[in-house]
Every structure is written in C-alpha cells, then in structure tokens.
Design a protein around this ligand. Structure first.
Ligand code: CA
Length: 233
C-alpha cells in the first residue's frame, strides 16, 4: 500500500511542487490549506506522515502540532519552517516534530527527509523476537514495533522509539546527544543536539515510574544518556 501523507500548506506553488514530487515517488498525498483543516484531518484520518507548514492561516503549524500531540496523535511530523527562524526549528522539535526543512527548500530535500522519517517508523525484518530488559520491566519488539513497560504497551513517536532503541543496543553504555540524534535521524545531523532532551523528556513521561529519578533512560551529566536496565538473558 502507498504511504499516505498529509500536506498542510497554504502556498499553492509549494503545494503543487511538493505534491508532484511526492506522488512521483509513490506517495499518496492529501492536502489541507489551513491549520484548522490540517488539525481536523490529521486527527480523524490515519496518515503515515504529516508535512506541516509553520505559517498557516487560521491556526499556525506549531499550534496544530501541539494540539495533535495533546490529543495523543503520534503521527510523525515534518515541519516546514521559514528561513532564519532558528527559534521555529527548535520549537517544532520541542513540540514533538520529527524533523524540519527550511524554506526555500527543494522538493528533493523534502522527499529525502520524508523517506528517512518513514524508514525510521518501519520494523526491521530480522525476526529476532522481543528483547527484554530489567527483568521484564522493558520489552521491545522491533518486528512488531511494540514497546511495553511493566507489561503495558506504550505509544511512542518515531523519534522517541529511535532514541529508546538506540540506547538498548548496548545497555549501560553512554550515548552522547550528538550520537543519538544521528542514529535517530539516520543521517548526519549537525546542531540542535539539545532537542534530544525534549524527546527524552516526552519519552520519560511515557515510560518512567518516577520522573524525578528516572531508572530506564538515565542522564549522565555532561555526557549524554544511557539505558539504566540490564538486558535479560
Ligand atoms: Ca505558509
């Protein structure tokens, strides 16, 4: 089945260029022309990815993203932000966007980013079965893309999933923010290492028993993060 994308964008030129290019790459593209319409469709329908412009009529892109995450919609989001608005990029990532591209962008760049995000959401095909940590406190089934904490399935965004899976590769090993962001994005990603902190914060809210003293994703001051649980035999 074709991946379904929702493009929330009000500029006709951008809509045309992106729709053409994305459809040429085999994506099924739906379009919403303002923030309200985008929020409505992204909440009501199943999409594999939302491409969300920051500057939109009726409701801006950040507002749409904030509201989507507040409603528990975990669909990956690629933000389209204005050039030079550094605060915009950080804000988008903090609100739970999975990546961003800066305008003016080439449609090719958008396709590459979209592909990278969709790849992150896919299960590998190794068939290794679930891995268990901390005496069953955490279980990760990469084939089925399911994370369970204390027996309960947890719904993670692709970035949260990527961070957690990266940490479980070698339990106890410290991963720097830079390394984590590159592992999660799947390509070299300069800068904004601190945005990993926001994703870790959101991840912890979903998996930790006590947010004041996290035991699954531990902070190592001045170094990064590590998995605080040992792998079960
Ligand atoms: Ca716009």
């Amino acid at each position: 089945m074709k991946p379904r994308l929702l493009l929330v964008e009000d500029e006709s030129g951008v809509v045309l260029a992106l729709t053409d290019r994305l459809e040429a790459h085999g994506y099924d593209v739906a379009v919403a022309r303002d923030g309200d319409a985008g929020l409505l469709r992204a909440s009501a329908e199943a999409f594999d990815l939302v491409l969300l412009d920051a500057m939109l009529p009726r409701r801006n892109g950040f507002d749409v993203l904030r509201e989507l995450r507040a409603r528990g919609v975990g669909t990956p989001v690629l933000m389209l932000t204005a050039r030079g608005q550094v605060g915009d990029k950080v804000m988008g990532l903090k609100l739970g966007a999975d990546d961003y591209v800066t305008k003016p962008f080439s449609p090719r760049e958008v396709v590459l980013r979209a592909k990278a995000i969709l790849r992150r959401g896919q299960a590998p095909s190794e068939g290794a079965g679930p891995a268990s940590f901390g005496g069953g406190e955490l279980s990760i089934d990469e084939d089925r893309r399911v994370v369970s904490v204390r027996g309960e399935a947890v719904d993670l965004t692709p970035t949260e999933w990527g961070v957690l899976v990266a940490l479980t590769r070698t339990p106890g090993r410290v991963y720097s923010r830079y390394e984590l962001i590159n592992r999660v994005r799947g390509y070299e990603f300069e800068g904004y290492e601190r945005t990993i902190d926001s994703h870790v914060k959101n991840l912890r809210r979903k998996i930790e028993r006590d947010l004041r003293s996290p035991t699954i994703v531990e902070t190592v001051l001045g170094a990064g993060y590590r998995l605080g649980l040992a792998a079960d035999a």
